[in-house]
Design a protein around this ligand. Sequence first.
Ligand code: C5P
Length: 222
Amino acid sequence: NKNIVVAIDGYSSCGKSTLAKALAKKLHFIYVDSGAMYRAVALYFLRNNIDVHNHEQIVEALKNIHLNFHSRDYQTHITLNDEEVSDEIRLMPVSDKVSEIAAIHEVRKEMVKQQQRMGHSKNIVMDGRDIGTTVFPNATVKIFMTADPKVRAERRYKEIVGKNPEITLEDVFENLAHRDYQDTTREESPLVRADDAIILDNTELTPAEQLEFALDKVRPFA
Ligand code: C5P
């Protein structure tokens, strides 16, 4: 009786977390937003002026970072050293910096270790960039999401303009393009589709249709 692991990877703002949350809720699985972990680490690095080229500083910082999820309603509630940072990690300073910090070897090693622990014995849906390739190479079901870049930028813009009133659609488009470039070209576990991942292009699919698609893949195991 092995636990079920669903790995959802893909580009920035493809709707990974929307699908992952809906799926977890429907199946009563745990949901883990791995991107929130990298964002919280980035926030800590920004606040404490950690030099991304200084190995000692990075190691020391990682020792002082304690992350916790409180997923009471299948939304992402994350604390950084007991401080709720769920909103702040979505703001532009973090979005602009996160991919650089997520490319650091020591950071990835620590986050992957924590993520593997979370999925060790529980039914889980985790979304990110390297879940099906590195974190859970033996995941029960792997989904790789894509969508038209313009559609992605429009969706993300609508989602964040409330909290970032000065932002333009152009800014969002550029941030996504920049993160996708960094995420796919970095040396360590770059964003790439695992050979056994099912592709889901959701440019023209509603959230309900995406959920149906994913449920069809997972139900045989649940
Ligand atoms: O998923 P989200 O867009 O919030 O992730 C923020 C950033 O964290 C990504 O652009 C990527 O650089 C990094 N990330 C990662 N590996 C993951 C999840 C996120 O490198 N598994």
